[in-house]
Design a binder for this molecule. Structure first.
Ligand code: NAD
Length: 528
């Protein structure tokens, strides 16, 4: 552990880098480099570097080392060496590491939130929420001895007992998106390690600092080196992971096309894979809903984190023309009152999007939606913030009269854009999310218990909110969408997470009393 600790001081180091675009940082020579966090330290990677942008100001704020197969081999070798001993540690002791980890992350919350906000662009309070939701999975893992108890049947036959146990898979990998750089790595990494695996995280190369810090804190909490490592990289690293024969399982979260690719390639290589993809969540507003509450919920769920959440609500479906008009009349002033600011602005409702390329993509979708014939009610394009003119800001945008045939409705925009799709009745409203290619989350706003119950039972979507705009389940339940929002058949965290990261072994034991049992060894044994 000492060696690892020594190498950590280099993990986020200031190094001399020439030829970088530092025009926005105001420093011509010094550039922070974010390294891998593997046993024995980084080094020996491709030498390729990725730019980590500054969403508030534009430009490059750091560079991240992009690893290759050789670097992955080193991480896997370290994981392989460390995992058997970790799996042999009794579950209560592994849980104690989780307890200590929770304490440490809480003690470092401010630093982590600032780091996260600076690279992602979400406001500090939201960054703390990102970390807290991850910590709630750590809390679940504090109870891991209880959930690993297995099953036991005494007397399944004469002198026969049957019991099952959950054993770790060995080495697992998590590949995570930019939009929750703390929560999603902890969804995977906490459960994977608590049940006795070694875990390697390949976080998004766009905001890689927090994942490294989370790994450092695991070591500080007493986790042995080699059990939670971080390798950075892009497609080259992801492909090396998917093809690596010593990696048993891959948990992926990101956009759907890449999720599908990861799922197929990983499964073909014989791995257990779960791959969560994109989303286009709908909020159904029934005529009897409390519209003031709906508007408050909707503005938060559509525009919070600049719409860069897989559980955002970018589509609202008012039922009936009267509901649509009343909702729109209340929504417009609420949207116009939103404050967009730098991520450190405590009064800002949301900050910049993650990159200039993403800003252009979101603005491209706004243009497309208008071209497709929707009514552009509030236009967020061309938004600039004084003193931060090169920041990646997009103003809040509202469309009305969006229809299901429009490409801008079918695809995920992942920005601060809310689309109103009017529905004449409940059945039409129910069909919209049910038929959409994505099926991550959905919400219904109503005072009618029967309508809510009917909707929850029939809608073809994985996570449902009833008067809850962002129905992300608590850590001891499980998270997962349907259709193109998830490939594979197990969800994240809760018991589904435990199932994903373990395999079941069932033991049938016979302790006869010595008297002859007269059985015929050539016939399949039965309990009859
Ligand atoms: P992304 O798909 O671009 O990246 C996700 C991961 O894949 C990253 O680690 C990235 O390095 C890697 N990657 C990127 N391109 C690759 C390629 N060509 N081949 C192999 N790997 C590649 O996603 P993102 O932009 O970081 O995150 C936003 C997306 O994630 C949105 O679509 C959002 O809906 C989705 N998301 C889904 C959930 C969920 O649980 N369903 C949660 C959060 C985010």
């Amino acid at each position: 552990m000492q060696d690892m600790a020594a190498s950590l001081s280099l993990a986020i180091a200031l190094v001399l880098v020439c030829g970088c675009d530092t025009s926005e940082t105001g420093d011509s020579t010094l550039m922070r480099q974010i390294d891998h966090h593997i046993v024995g330290g980084a080094g020996g990677n491709t030498g390729r570097l990725g730019d980590v942008l500054d969403p508030n100001n534009g430009g490059v704020q750091a560079q991240v080392a992009l690893g290759d197969k050789a670097l992955l081999d080193r991480a896997v070798a370290a994981a392989k060496a460390a995992q058997p001993a970790w799996a042999a540690v009794n579950p209560q002791r592994r849980a104690r590491v989780m307890f200590e980890y929770k304490r440490l992350v809480e003690a470092n919350m401010d630093e982590l939130a600032q780091m996260l906000s600076a690279e992602h662009g979400k406001v500090i309070a939201d960054a703390k929420g990102d970390i807290q939701r991850g910590l709630e999975v750590v809390e679940f893992c504090c109870g891991i001895p209880h959930v690993l108890k297995g099953e036991y049947t005494q007397g399944a036959g004469p002198g026969i007992d049957v019991y099952s146990m959950r054993q770790p898979l060995g080495i697992g990998v998590g590949i995570t998106p930019f939009n929750f750089p703390a929560m999603i790595p902890l969804w995977m990494g906490a459960v994977a390690t608590a049940v006795g695996n070694a875990f390697i995280l390949k976080p998004s190369e766009r905001d890689p600092s927090v994942p490294v810090r989370l790994a450092e804190l695991f070591l500080e909490a007493g986790m042995p080196e080699g059990i939670f490592q971080v390798v950075h990289g892009d497609k080259e690293m992801v492909d090396a992971i998917l093809d690596h024969p010593d990696i048993a399982a891959v948990s992926f979260v990101g956009s759907s096309d890449i999720a599908h690719y990861v799922y197929e390639r990983g499964v073909r290589a014989g791995k257990r894979v779960q791959a969560m993809g994109g989303a286009k969540n709908h909020g159904i507003v029934m005529p009897d809903a409390d519209l003031d509450q709906v508007v408050s919920d909707l503005t938060g769920a559509a525009f919070g984190s600049a719409g860069e959440r897989c559980m955002a609500l970018p589509v609202v479906v008012p039922v009936g023309e009267d509901t649509a008009q009343r909702l729109r009349d209340k929504l417009v002033p609420a949207i116009e009152a939103l404050r967009v600011g730098v991520s450190t602005d405590p009064d800002a409702h949301y900050g910049p999007v993650v990159t200039q390329a993403h800003k252009e993509k979101v603005e491209g979708w706004i243009a497309k939606c208008a071209d497709e014939g929707a009514e552009l009610v509030v236009d967020g394009r061309g938004f600039t913030l004084q003193g931060h003119e090169k920041g990646f800001f997009v103003g809040p945008t509202l469309f009305d009269h969006v229809t299901p045939e429009m490409e801008s409705y079918k695809e995920e925009i992942f920005g601060p854009v809310l689309q109103i799709v009017r529905a004449p009745d409940f059945e039409t409203a129910l069909e919209l999310p049910s038929r959409h290619q994505y099926g991550n989350g959905v919400a219904i706003f109503t005072r009618n218990g029967h309508a809510a119950r009917e909707f929850a039972a029939r809608v073809n979507v994985g996570m449902v909110g009833i008067n809850v705009p962002i129905p992300v389940p608590v850590a001891y339940h499980t998270f997962g969408g349907w259709k193109r929002s998830a490939f594979g058949d197990t969800n994240q965290h809760g018991m589904e997470g435990v199932k994903f990261w373990t395999k079941v072994k069932t033991v049938t034991a016979r302790w006869p009393d010595g008297s002859p049992d007269g059985g015929n060894a050539f016939v399949i044994p039965t309990m009859g």
